[in-house]
Write a protein that binds this ligand. Structure first.
Ligand SMILES: Cc1cc2c(cc1C)N(C[C@H](O)[C@H](O)[C@H](O)COP(=O)(O)O)c1[nH]c(=O)[nH]c(=O)c1N2
Length: 257
C-alpha cells in the first residue's frame, strides 16, 4: 500500500471500521466533568499526548495562537476557585425563583479536585497583524484556540480522562491570578483528571436544564430556512439511524479501560 505513496503524503486516507468507531466513541462519550474526579495523578506521558493533540489542532493561517498553562499547585487552584465562587454568586443572581434554586444546585467546576488544571490562551498578535484566512474575520484566532480545546478534550476522553471547562470568571481576574499578560486572551480554563465514571448524557440535560436539540430542526438546505427537498430525504432518514450514546444512564461508560 505504502509503495505507491508519493513522498510527503500519508499512506492511506481511510480508517479501518474499528478506528473510525473509536473516533466516534470518543466524540459521543466525551462529557463535561465536574464531580467525578479521582485524585490519581495524570502520568506525564499521558499529559504530553493530550497537549500534543491540542497543539495539532487546525488554526487560521497555521497561526497556532495558543499557549498552555499547566496548573498543578493546590495554592494556585485555590485562588482560581475563589475567583469562580465570586463570579458564580453573581451568575446565580441572574436567574430568578426556581431557576435560581436549580442553578445553585448545579456543580459547575472541579478546580480543586482535578489533579491538573489547564488554561488555554490565544495570542491575538502572534505572527503579526496580517494572517492568512483572518484578513476579514478577526475572531478566527479565537476559534482556532477553541479547536485546540476540543482536540484536547477528545484526546483526554480516549485516555479515560475527564475534562471540565469552567468559564464562570471575570477574565481580567483570571489573567491577573495566572500572571497572563494583558494582550493574551484566556480562552478556556479546564479541569482534568481520571474519573470514577462518565455520565451517559450531559449533566445539564440530566438536571432538566436543557436537552439536546433535534438535529433535523437545525438543518437548512441551500440557504437559511431552506426546507428539505426530495434529494435530502435519505439524509434525514439516515440521521435517525446514527447510533450515538446509550440514553440509559445506568450504562455510563467506565473512566478507565
Ligand atoms: C465554551 C464553553 C464553556 C463552558 C462549557 C462548555 C463550553 C463549550 N461547559 C460545559 C457545558 O455545560 C457542556 O459542554 C454541555 O452542558 C454539554 O455537556 P457535555 O459536554 O456533552 O457533557 C461548562 N460547564 C460547567 O460546568 N461550567 C462552565 O463554566 C462551563 N463553561
Amino acid at each position: 500500500m505504502s509503495d505507491t505513496t508519493p513522498p510527503g503524503m500519508q499512506p492511506h486516507p481511510g480508517f479501518s471500521e474499528e478506528e473510525r468507531d473509536a473516533v466516534y466513541r470518543a466524540i459521543f462519550t466525551r462529557r463535561d466533568v465536574r464531580s467525578e474526579f479521582l485524585p490519581d495523578p495524570v502520568p506525564d506521558e499521558v499529559l504530553a499526548r493530550v497537549l500534543t493533540a491540542a497543539h495539532h489542532a487546525p488554526s487560521v493561517g497555521f497561526m497556532q495562537p495558543w499557549d498552555f498553562l499547566v496548573i498543578r499547585s493546590p495554592a494556585v487552584k485555590a485562588r482560581v476557585q475563589a475567583l469562580y465562587r465570586q463570579a458564580n454568586e453573581e451568575a446565580a443572581q441572574l436567574f430568578e425563583g426556581e431557576k435560581q434554586a436549580t442553578y445553585r444546585n448545579l456543580k459547575l467546576e472541579g478546580i480543586v479536585e482535578a489533579p491538573v488544571n489547564l488554561c488555554i490562551t490565544c495570542d491575538r498578535r502572534r505572527h503579526g497583524p496580517v494572517v492568512v484566512g483572518r484578513t476579514h474575520i478577526e475572531t478566527m484566532d479565537i476559534f482556532s484556540s477553541v479547536c485546540a480545546v476540543q482536540n484536547l478534550w477528545l484526546a483526554a476522553r480516549a485516555e479515560g480522562l475527564g475534562v471540565g471547562w469552567v468559564s464562570i470568571f471575570h477574565q481580567d481576574a483570571l489573567r491577573d491570578t495566572l500572571g497572563i499578560p494583558r494582550d493574551i486572551l484566556p480562552i478556556a480554563y479546564l479541569c482534568m483528571g481520571y474519573v470514577s465514571q462518565f455520565h451517559a448524557r450531559p449533566e445539564l440535560e440530566k438536571a432538566g436544564w436543557l436537552s439536546r436539540l433535534p438535529l433535523e430542526e437545525l438543518l437548512h438546505f441551500d440557504g437559511w430556512g431552506g426546507a428539505a427537498g426530495e434529494a435530502d430525504g435519505a439524509l434525514l432518514g439516515a440521521l435517525g439511524k446514527v447510533g450515538v450514546n446509550p440514553e440509559d444512564d445506568r450504562r455510563s461508560t467506565p473512566g478507565r479501560r
